[in-house]
Design a protein around this ligand. Structure first.
Ligand code: HEM
Ligand SMILES: [Ca+2]
Length: 758
């Protein structure tokens, strides 16, 4: 198709290639990929190039391994601010918070206008980002207070723009301090539920309800929280306008990767990244539009978290429904763990680590409701088939009689039926292992069975991410450059100075590449003839997983995910996401592309060019540097190439060798998973020198035999799925990947005997 050469030119140019790279960095500098050294993009920063492993070129970095703002804070002298200024700012921000909460309360009096109807598509959006964790709310309020203090100090010029953006504001504690987690000594052998107590010196790193960090300082219009504007200070084109111009409808199936690659990706995304939107009253969905989108609510009825997306009355889709407003609610903020004031950081409602927090829950309350007797997870026994427990919340978007929605650790497991299938498979894997361990170790109590099982399942899952999913995503070069491949035995890459936290760039843009690989239709195939039994349009099965109760469905869907190709990563998204997302019983849904773009601005992401520079790629100075069609489309909405949103620019790039993503997304994602490896003390590959819950080397060897195909085989119903392709993430029709019986040695299994206590 004509858009294939949509990508930019000269991607491989490196800014520093002119000089000969150093073999050893001077002054204790560390040689890292450019994306891991934000300092190198600042004028006058000295960062000679150097040799990484293989043929890769990195930069000598002198600012440590922190994210942009943090490294600066520790490497420069702190600036102290007048005590009176600080006191005034605290008082004012307390007052302002009261005012804001009162305004929010008042809107409830007009709830028929200001709260989203539970049958509207926007309600599905709300369900995707809601948290029921009460602590999240109180932390969010504290974060707002600290934010007001920052605004106040900035307005009084007590804090410069630079101090703010680089996190210089040390010794300016805000009015709110989040409680410090108390950690056991010696450290627990098991990961905590909420992710705290992982890093020995900063126990809040990576914990649930903490903020996303950043690769580069944010691009808030006021430096604090206002959404980004164009380089010349005018508002950017509406997210919907960009979506119409650049995100097209079309089907381009991947020649190699299957739909399970997509589904596993979303499963991982939900584990590590969960933005939380502001709610109103007792967690209701805020409405910023009249009705379902007939217009903007008058400002006095708009919640302060509203940032609705304007659509043109001539909109090719929403125009038919006379919609001119797409609902959008800004994401909640999290306070800095050291109480400092600064720019807004959005809250992550998941533990940042890949630890199956969306399966087990990340709060004691949630966990308590999921955990069953005997070290098992609770299940719903549906005539002999184990499914996740039915939820008591009203969560099915079209609540027909007999509709079934399920519980999960993160409350978002019903978003798409194939996601619910993965929740089911992993729930069963936990229970499968718990039963074996109970037999092997009759002396263990329930608690120990549970915790040991969880530790093993988390390790299997981490192994699948690093051993199977990432290589197919990033390609061999980038995997090598970022040291992401599993080692032969223990790995020795742990670095306690690395903050594992997710970056805003990863969560609000790069990892959302996944929306491009979604297919609008899921095909349910017969395992024998590959006849298609049923083609399901995805909006039908969003927050509507009732088919899970059909006896043959789970196996059939798993077969379908193996055979059906995913879509390529490109600027094409299915209308199931861009027009009909969460439509429920409505003739229209919402537009995820427009939402992604608006979310990037909500998070203060900088423009695409800035991240190209960070990754060592040349920025675009003129639209004509893009291939003609992309150039024309970009120029039709953006004023300047400097304004392009990261998610849009990233999707326009041609993939890196052996991977499926363009270089900018690939580097942002590689950096993230490298942090999640080298910054996680409990990473499955670390030995007892680092990891308080280390596996013995023979246990680790068993875990490394596990593949996603093994997990699928061991937890299918065995009604229609008898054979499984050895590589679960590649198309079953690829040479060498033809399905084999689940008993085949081509799908190796671990031997749990190594977990029998001596
Ligand atoms: C049909 C499938 C999918 C649906 C319906 C869906 C829907 C959504 C929605 C509604 C959001 C929240 C948007 C916002 O307001 O910011 C979201 C966020 C996100 N999605 Fe998807 N998504 C799907 C598949 C995927 C896949 C396959 C991936 C990755 C491989 C992915 C990665 C993400 C990420 C990283 C976020 C941000 C999460 C956060 O931190 O809030 N999604 N998605
Ligand atoms: Ca997690």
């Amino acid at each position: 198709h004509g858009m294939k050469n949509y990508g930019p030119h000269g991607e491989t140019d490196h800014v520093h290639t002119k000089e000969t790279p150093c073999d050893v960095c001077p002054r204790y500098g560390r040689c890292v990929p450019k994306v891991q050294c934000p300092a190198h993009v600042r004028p006058a920063s000295y960062n000679p190039s150097c040799h990484l492993d293989g043929d890769h070129i990195g930069v000598c970095c002198f600012t440590g391994s922190g994210h942009a703002a943090e490294s600066e804070r520790t490497s420069r002298a702190s600036v102290s601010i007048n005590v009176d200024d600080v006191k005034i700012s605290h008082n004012r921000s307390r007052h302002k918070l009261k005012e804001w909460l009162a305004r929010s309360e008042k809107l409830l009096e007009r709830s028929s206008d200001t709260v989203v109807n539970t049958s509207a598509p926007s309600f599905g959006h709300h369900l995707s980002m809601v948290t029921y964790d009460k602590r999240a709310d109180s932390l969010g309020r504290g974060a707002l207070m600290n934010l007001f203090a920052a605004q106040e100090l900035r307005a009084r010029d007590a804090l410069s723009e630079e101090q703010l953006s680089l996190g210089f504001a040390e010794h300016t504690d805000g009015p709110f301090c989040p409680p410090t987690p108390s950690c056991p000594t010696p450290p627990s052998q098991f990961r905590s539920l909420g992710g705290e107590c992982n890093n020995p010196s900063i126990p809040s790193w990576g914990a649930v309800n903490t903020g996303f960090e950043r690769l580069l300082p944010p691009a808030y219009n006021d430096g604090v929280w206002e959404m980004r504007r164009s380089t010349i200070g005018i508002t950017l084109p509406s997210g919907r306008a960009v979506s119409i111009a650049l995100v097209l409808e079309g089907s381009h199936p991947s020649p190699t990767h299957n739909l399970m690659f997509m589904q596993f990706g979303q499963f991982v995304a939900h584990d590590i990244s969960a933005g939380v939107v502001f709610g109103i009253g007792n967690g209701s969905a805020i409405s910023c539009c009249v009705g379902d989108g007939e217009g903007f609510l008058p400002l006095e009825l708009q919640h302060w978290a509203c940032a609705p997306i304007a659509t043109d009355p001539q909109d090719p889709f929403f125009g038919h429904f006379r919609h001119t407003c797409l609902n959008f609610v800004r994401a909640q903020l999290a306070p800095a763990s050291d109480c400092s004031v600064g720019y807004a950081k959005q809250m992550n409602g998941a533990t940042h680590y890949p630890d199956l927090s969306h399966l087990y829950g990340s709060s004691p309350e949630k966990f308590g409701s999921l955990r069953g007797p005997g070290g098992l997870l609770n299940t719903f026994n549906d005539y002999g088939r184990e499914l996740p427990p039915l939820t008591v919340r009203e969560e099915c978007l079209t609540a027909k009689d007999g509709a079934a929605c399920f519980e999960s650790g993160d409350n978002h497991g019903n978003q798409l039926i194939s996601l619910t299938v993965l929740h089911t498979i992993w729930t069963r894997e936990h229970n499968r292992i718990a039963r074996v361990l109970t037999k092997l170790n009759p002396g263990w109590n329930e608690e120990l069975v549970f915790l040991e099982t969880r530790r093993i399942v988390q390790a299997e899952y981490q192994h699948i991410i690093f051993n199977e999913w990432l290589p197919l995503l990033l390609g061999p070069e980038i995997v090598q450059m970022f040291k992401l491949a599993p080692s032969a035995g223990y790995s020795s890459t742990y670095d306690p100075l690395v903050n594992p936290s997710l970056t805003a760039e990863f969560a609000a843009a790069a990892m959302r590449f996944g929306h491009s690989i979604v297919d609008g239709k899921i095909q349910i195939q017969s395992p024998h003839s590959h006849d298609v039994y049923e083609t399901i349009s995805i909006p039908e099965v969003m927050f509507q997983p009732s088919r899970m109760r059909l006896r043959r469905f789970l196996d059939q869907l798993l077969n379908g995910l193996s055979w059906q190709p995913m879509q390529n990563v490109d600027p094409f998204l299915t209308e199931g996401l861009t027009s009909y997302l969460f439509r429920g019983g409505n003739p229209y849904g919402i537009d995820l592309a427009a939402i992604n773009i608006q979310r990037g601005r909500d998070y203060g992401l900088r423009s695409y060019n800035d991240y190209r520079r960070l990754c060592g790629l040349p920025p675009f100075v003129d639209f004509s540097q893009f291939p003609p069609r992309a150039a024309q489309r970009l120029a039709s909405v953006y004023n300047s190439p400097k304004d392009i949103d990261l998610w849009v620019g990233g999707l326009l790039e041609e993939p890196v060798d052996g991977g499926i993503l363009g270089p900018t997304f690939a580097h942002i994602i590689a950096d993230q998973f490298s942090r999640l490896k080298i910054g996680d003390r409990y990473f499955y590959e670390y030995g007892s020198d680092v990891n308080p819950g280390a596996f013995t080397s023979s246990q680790l060897a068993e875990i490394k035999k596990v593949t996603l195909s093994r997990i699928i085989c061991d937890n299918r119903d065995g009604i229609e799925l008898m054979a499984q392709p050895p590589d679960a993430l590649l198309r079953a029709d690829l040479p060498g990947n033809a399905p084999v019986p689940c008993e085949s040695t081509l799908i190796p299994a671990m031997n749990l005997i190594k977990f029998k206590e001596q």
